[in-house]
Design a protein around this ligand. Structure first.
Ligand SMILES: Cc1ncc(COP(=O)(O)O)c(C=O)c1O
Length: 348
């Protein structure tokens, strides 16, 4: 691995008190190119521009996939990466679906370890802080024929971060636009999934909603997910989340929360959920909570859900499952609670 260190770190001039999610980047990045049928040497170098010609394939056909994961610093100043194995697997699952060659394990794991070790200062120990990690792969061949590229670039950048949504989360059920369809790419992290979600999300934002709840492409009757979060409902004392399908992203936070909830003796159901069931549960007083889960937000309560013109305001609970599960999840991530599931790995 080739490592070139930056000579002028930006850390002293970074305002950690006013971090806007995803806008500040650590000093270094990892880069590895795929050419002539194989991944080449891994290089870590100062964060900076990457050159490309206008004919580069990613710019035309969006052949790109990415991941989102986090590292946390514990009280002993050690950097803990949360469930990196799961992100590695999901990145390669996404790569296969987008006709991108898989990243070898040692490129990802050793590269990530070296990168995080070099930029460990960017992972703040303060409560609420973490280092967001963004691995991504894109088509870097130069050709404007609509076909799979034969050259790719894998990059990892990192970004110091605090809370994602500063305020309330009010969401609206989307009945016209679709995030993902059966047989499509909704269950992987293809860049284009996000591009296609921005227009409907912007329209929802203009009406005062932070996010939309995506529904099934065919009938818009079943709940799928919300923005970049998997969605949950507490009906009575059961937790319900949509079962995974090829139009829902299998969140790693979702999987972690299922494990934690079950260990707390909560009944978890993974199944299809009709929008009408949520409305009915609210009307008969059984809808006690709703929340979203994802790497960026951890576990975030949803304050209201709007369907057609009706706004359901979700009461806050004294014994909130969302708050309890968030505490446990973040406690494990920060190394404060025993990591009995072996979810963390130490950067060495
Ligand atoms: C569409 C979508 N759903 C759900 C999630 C939550 O996944 P995870 O918990 O792995 O971050 C994300 C974020 O990665 C996402 O982009």
């Amino acid at each position: 691995m080739k490592i070139s260190r930056c000579t002028n770190s930006r850390i002293q001039t970074t305002d950690f008190k006013n971090l806007k999610f995803g806008t500040v980047f650590s000093d270094h990045m990892l880069i590895c190119r795929y050419e002539y049928g194989k991944w080449g040497e891994v290089e870590i170098r100062p964060y900076g521009p990457i050159e490309m010609n206008p004919g580069t394939q990613i710019l035309h056909y969006g052949q790109a996939v990415f991941e989102g994961m986090k590292a946390f610093k514990n009280d002993k100043d050690e950097v803990l990466v949360f469930r990196k194995e799961e992100n590695f697997k999901r990145l390669n699952k996404s790569a296969i679906r987008l006709s991108i060659p898989e990243i070898p394990r040692d490129v990802f794991m050793n590269g990530l370890n070296n990168l995080l070790s070099l930029d460990s200062q960017w992972c703040s120990k303060e409560e609420g802080y973490s280092l967001y990690i963004r691995p991504f792969i894109f088509a870097s061949g130069e050709c404007i024929k609509a076909s799979s590229s034969e050259e790719f670039t894998f990059i990892i950048i990192t970004s110091p971060t605090t809370k994602y949504y500063p305020g309330e989360i009010n969401v609206v059920i989307e009945e016209h636009y679709t995030r993902a369809a059966r047989g499509g790419v909704g269950s992987v992290k293809a860049a284009g999934n996000y591009a296609a979600s921005f227009y409907p999300t912007k329209q929802a934002n203009a009406k005062g909603f932070q996010q939309v709840i995506w529904t099934d492409a065919e009938h818009h009757k079943f709940i799928e997910e919300s923005g970049t979060m998997n969605i949950w409902f507490r009906i009575g004392d059961k937790l319900i989340t949509p079962s995974l399908s090829d139009s829902i992203l299998g969140g790693i936070t979702r999987d972690s929360v299922i494990t934690l909830a079950k260990d707390n003796g909560i009944v978890v159901e993974e199944r299809r959920i009709l929008v009408s069931e949520i409305i009915q549960s609210y009307n008969n007083g059984n809808l006690k909570e709703s929340f979203g889960t994802g790497t960026a937000v951890a576990v975030t309560p949803i304050n209201s859900i709007t369907f057609k013109e009706e706004r359901i305001t979700i009461p806050s609970q004294k014994d909130s499952f969302a708050i309890m599960l968030k505490k446990q999840l973040q406690g494990i991530q920060k190394g404060k609670i025993d990591d009995k599931y072996n979810w963390n790995s130490l950067v060495s």
